[in-house]
Write a protein that binds this ligand. Structure first.
Ligand code: B12
Length: 431
């Protein structure tokens, strides 16, 4: 059952979101049809499901209100031509300035951004623009449909009002009208128009209950929870002691990573997403995990066979490195001759290293959607360079696990969802 662990996590999460949305809509329907208006209004207020006002359209209620329905609809959005994407990308600084200036002068802005400092809003505009370029460039609207509810949820957890989004999105459309040829960016504006139209659905999906705990094997649950508590307390020594006490370090490093560290880090991420823990706590957790992994690495440094050469790296601008680090540990443990480069490796330096080291495989890790294009450029260069095109490129990272075909948009040769799959994939490559 470990094998389909990652798939299971995402299937379960999808199911939870879908069933929560459907359940909420069904409740509203039943209530309304029984003409029990006061209670109905209370329910509507409670769930903040303004979408309930549209209950007459059954198709709307049962299809569009689910994540599946939103994804299906998003997939029908018009493809943005390469030229329009390039114009949008080139104009980002101008567009972003227009959006920042216009929103700053909006009399309701402080209320809309939950009285956060304006800088928080400015910072928050940077990633979405790069994200939209990625969505347009690879034409993967499933990525958009999955990400928007997450954006609503994280902003809400950090006190932004949901009303901020339509105001912000309309300002981006205005910026496009003012600073680009309106005909040229027609398709881009229809994508923005779709997000504005689906505002209520995005609120509902962002509020659908998704549990903090990820599915985990029963026999690992207690150990995982103990480790999580120690990580959240910031107690590095306790974490190290727990890892050693359970004899996970030195014995079965793969299980330790898969059943303790990975779920713990996912939960840490969800606690941050909901505003329960601060960025500082999240950094503390990463630092502790890094120190524990470094200790485990030394205990497990049994490099015997030296089969083939592999380079493991996170993509440029990618600061998530724990997953890539695990991959390198597992491969090294399995006898591969590994060069692990860590986070945020600049493209040219990575390519230079590949030229001199000539590995059989490059394993490239991408977590943030806005880093997909950088990874794609690197892979494109490798595939079109005579000195590099023998290298097999494997990609992986959290975002590819949620969206089954997304990894293909990078141009990589293969993909693996977690360290167990990585091991299997690399073992096949030894033949
Ligand atoms: C720790 C962390 C950070 C740390 C990373 C520190 C470090 N040294 O790595 C820091 C603080 C730097 C960080 C920054 C950010 N983060 Co962060 N982060 C996380 C967190 C909590 C854990 C990541 C992790 O280590 N997971 C555990 C590892 C083991 O899992 P994994 O990466 O999926 O790896 C496994 C597989 O994917 C696979 N794999 C991974 N790489 C590869 C490569 C290959 C080739 C293969 C085959 C397989 C493979 O194998 C691994 C092991 O099984 C996640 C939450 C989460 N759910 O993951 C958020 C999370 C990824 N972060 C998030 C965000 C938003 C950010 C920031 C934008 C925050 C901000 N406002 O600044 C920045 C982006 C920085 C950047 N440019 O990259 C969001 C992303 C959401 C989204 N929709 O995209 C998440 C999901 C949090 C959340 N729940 O909202 N983050």
């Amino acid at each position: 059952m470990i094998k389909n662990y990652r798939t299971q996590i995402f299937t379960d999460k999808l199911f939870q979101v879908r069933s929560a949305a459907e359940e909420a809509m069904q409740q509203s329907l039943l209530i309304v049809f029984s003409f029990f208006w006061p209670k109905a209004m209370a329910y509507i207020g409670f769930y903040n499901l303004r979408a309930s006002a549209k209950i007459c359209d059954l198709n709307y209620v049962f299809t569009i209100c689910t994540l599946d329905g939103i994804i299906k609809e998003a997939k029908e959005l018009p493809r943005v031509p390469l030229k329009a994407t390039t114009i949008y990308q080139d104009k980002i600084p101008v567009l972003e300035k227009y959006v920042n200036d216009t929103l700053t002068s909006n009399p309701s802005i402080n209320k809309l951004i939950g009285y956060n400092p304006l800088q928080v809003m400015y910072d928050n505009h940077r990633h979405p623009a790069a994200f939209m370029v990625t969505v347009f460039a690879i034409g993967n609207y499933e990525l958009l449909a999955r990400t928007v509810p997450w954006v609503y949820r994280t902003y809400a957890a950090h006190q932004f009002s949901c009303d901020y989004f339509p105001v912000e999105l309309e300002t981006w459309v205005e910026a496009l009208d003012r600073h680009t040829d309106p005909d040229m960016t027609r398709q881009i504006k229809s994508v923005y128009a779709w997000m504005i139209k689906r505002h209520d659905n995005m609120i509902a999906l962002s509020q659908a209950d998704s549990h903090l705990e990820l599915p985990i094997r029963e026999d690992w649950l207690e150990r995982k929870n103990t480790f999580l508590a120690a990580v959240l307390e910031g107690d590095h020594r306790k974490c190290l002691a727990i890892a050693t006490e359970f004899n996970t370090i030195g014995e079965d490093i793969e299980a330790f990573y898969l059943h303790i560290i990975q779920p713990v880090m996912c939960e840490v991420g969800m606690l941050w997403e909901r505003g329960t823990i601060s960025v500082a706590r999240e950094h503390l957790a990463s630092a502790i995990v890094g120190r524990v992994m470094a200790a485990a690495s030394q205990v497990n440094a049994d490099v015997r066979k030296r089969k083939f050469k592999a380079v493991i790296s996170a993509a440029p601008n990618e600061f998530h490195e724990i997953g890539a680090w695990m991959v390198s540990e597992i491969l090294e443990h399995d006898g591969w001759d590994v060069r692990y480069l860590g986070a945020n490796t600049p493209a040219n330096d990575l390519l230079d290293l590949l030229r001199s080291f000539q590995p059989r495989v490059l394993a490239l890790s991408v977590t943030m959607p806005f880093n997909i294009l950088k990874a794609r450029e690197i892979i494109h260069t490798i595939k079109h360079d005579e000195a590099l095109n023998q290298i097999r490129v494997i990609v992986g990272g959290r975002l590819f696990n949620e969206n089954s075909d997304l990894w293909r948009s990078t141009g990589a040769d293969d993909f693996a969802a977690d360290i167990e799959e990585v091991k299997e994939l690399f073992q096949r490559m030894e033949d």
